[in-house]
Structure formats: C-alpha cells, structure tokens
Design a protein around this ligand. Structure first.
Ligand SMILES: Nc1ncnc2c1ncn2[C@@H]1O[C@H](COP(=O)(O)OP(=O)(O)OP(=O)(O)O)[C@@H](O)[C@H]1O
Ligand SMILES: [Mg+2]
Length: 233
C-alpha cells in the first residue's frame, strides 16, 4: 500500500478511516495489526483483500494494481489469492465441516464430490480430522475457527487476512489459532503473508511484526523484539 486514503461520507460528515497508509507485507511474514476501536484496522484489511477500494493511493499485489483490475480479475483475486478469517467464523450452519471447507472450490466452479479429499486433508491439517461430518452448531468455538482457517486455505492463497480471529475464543484456544496462523506464514513451502487484526496483546506479540494504527494512520511498525522493548519500557 502506498499513501492509501479511504474516506467515508455520511451526510455532511467525513471520516478518514485510512489517512495516508504506506505498508508492505512480504510472503513468509506474520504481521499483527493493533490499535483502538475505530482506528481503521478492519478498513485496512478490507482494502488489502479487495473487498473495498481506496479513494486515493495505490495497492499492489505482486506488482498488479488491484484497483485497475477488471471486475472478473478482482473477484478471481479475492477467491484465489486471499483467504479471509473472521471473528464470528461466518460458517454456513447447514453444511458439514468438510462442505464448508469446500465452498471456495464450489464458487470457483468445481464439483462438490471432487473437493472432498482436499477438504478433509485441510481439516486434518488444522487438527479436525475427526470432525469432518459435524455441522458448525455441533462444534466448539475453537473448532469452528479451525474450520474457517481450513476454508481460508481451500484454494491455497498466498495471502491470509484475519480480523480478530481470536475475539470469540478463550485464551488457550485463541493461542492455538494464532499458532496455526504463524505456521501458515512460516511454512517454507508456501511462504504465505498473514495479516491478523487483534485486540489481544498476547496474540499480537506472537506475530513477527506489530503494526499499530491510530486515527487512520500508522503509529508504529515494529518487529516483535523491538515491540517487546517498548512494552517493557
Ligand atoms: N461503512 C462505513 N461507513 C461509514 N463509516 C465507516 C464505515 N466503516 C467504518 N467506518 C468508520 O471508519 C473508522 C474506522 O473503522 P474500522 O472498522 O476500520 O475500525 P477498527 O479499527 O476495525 O475498529 P474495531 O476495533 O472496533 O473493529 C471508524 O471511525 C468507523 O466509524
Ligand atoms: Mg474492526
């Protein structure tokens, strides 16, 4: 992102949700984004995932300017390049765990039956190999979030965006999800970029890097060792 501005207009009121953000995230890196409520964290994540667009500034992924893509290119970018994980899991309640994981493949035009082996393998990867036929309502919060992580990986995207993925979990369960996210970034075969918004200091410090936002601006951007020194001071 270079000099990104996103302004919301409600009647006469203008809110600069993002006020000149310049930020780069590389593959293999696990970055956390922290800051007070309303500081622009979710807006930042939406723009990174092409769910929303800047009023000015540039957002590039692997050199391609997202705002200049056609509608088809943008939707294929969202589907294939980005995996989203949300605070409230956003699972489909009537589908089994493996079917939820298969949804991105379905949207990509593949047949449900063909998708099952890979969906089950992803559930095994996140430690849910023994719950593939359960529906979300039959699972714990941590298990539901594991399904969401597996779903985010369905089309093997290079970028994972998570908005408060531990916000609804107890601290031990949340820590396990953060471990999972860290492994996704540090896996040397895939070297994904993982960006996690969080209100939880412990989760933030489990990342490689902590980006702090304030009033739509970057307040600081520190590697975790540096951030620990600031916390201690
Ligand atoms: N769709 C919208 N229309 C108008 N204003 C919005 C909209 N979405 C967000 N805002 C405003 O933009 C600012 C940034 O919102 P954002 O959701 O990015 O904050 P946040 O850092 O994610 O907060 P939280 O920690 O509470 O989730 C806030 O002042 C918010 O009121
Ligand atoms: Mg938010």
């Amino acid at each position: 992102m270079v000099d990104v501005v996103r302004e919301y207009r409600i009647g006469q009121q203008r809110i600069r949700a993002l006020d000149g953000i310049t930020l780069g995230v590389s593959g293999g890196q696990f970055a956390s984004v922290v800051g007070p409520s309303g500081s622009g964290k979710s807006t930042l994540l939406h723009l990174l995932g092409a769910l929303d667009w800047p009023d000015s500034g540039s957002i590039r992924f692997d050199g391609a300017e997202i705002a200049k893509m056609t509608d088809d290119e943008q939707s294929s970018f969202r589907r294939r390049k980005v995996g989203f994980i949300f605070q409230f899991f956003n699972l489909l309640p009537t589908l089994a765990a493996w079917e939820n994981v298969a949804v991105p493949g379905l949207l990509d035009g593949r047949a449900l039956k063909q998708l099952k082996p890979h969906a089950v393998a992803l559930l095994e990867l996140v430690g849910l190999g023994n719950r593939v036929d359960h529906r979300p309502g039959e699972l714990s919060g941590g298990q539901m979030q594991r399904i969401a992580v597996a779903r985010a990986l369905a089309l093997d995207p290079p970028l994972i965006l998570a908005d408060e993925p531990t916000g609804n979990l107890d601290s031990a369960t949340g820590a396990a999800i953060v471990d999972l996210l860290r492994n996704l970034a540090h896996d040397s075969a895939t070297r994904r970029a993982v960006v996690m918004v969080t209100h939880n200091a412990e989760a933030a410090m489990a990342a490689d890097r902590v980006v702090t936002m304030h009033d739509g601006k970057l307040q600081s951007d520190l590697l975790v060792d540096e951030a620990a020194l600031v916390e201690d001071a």
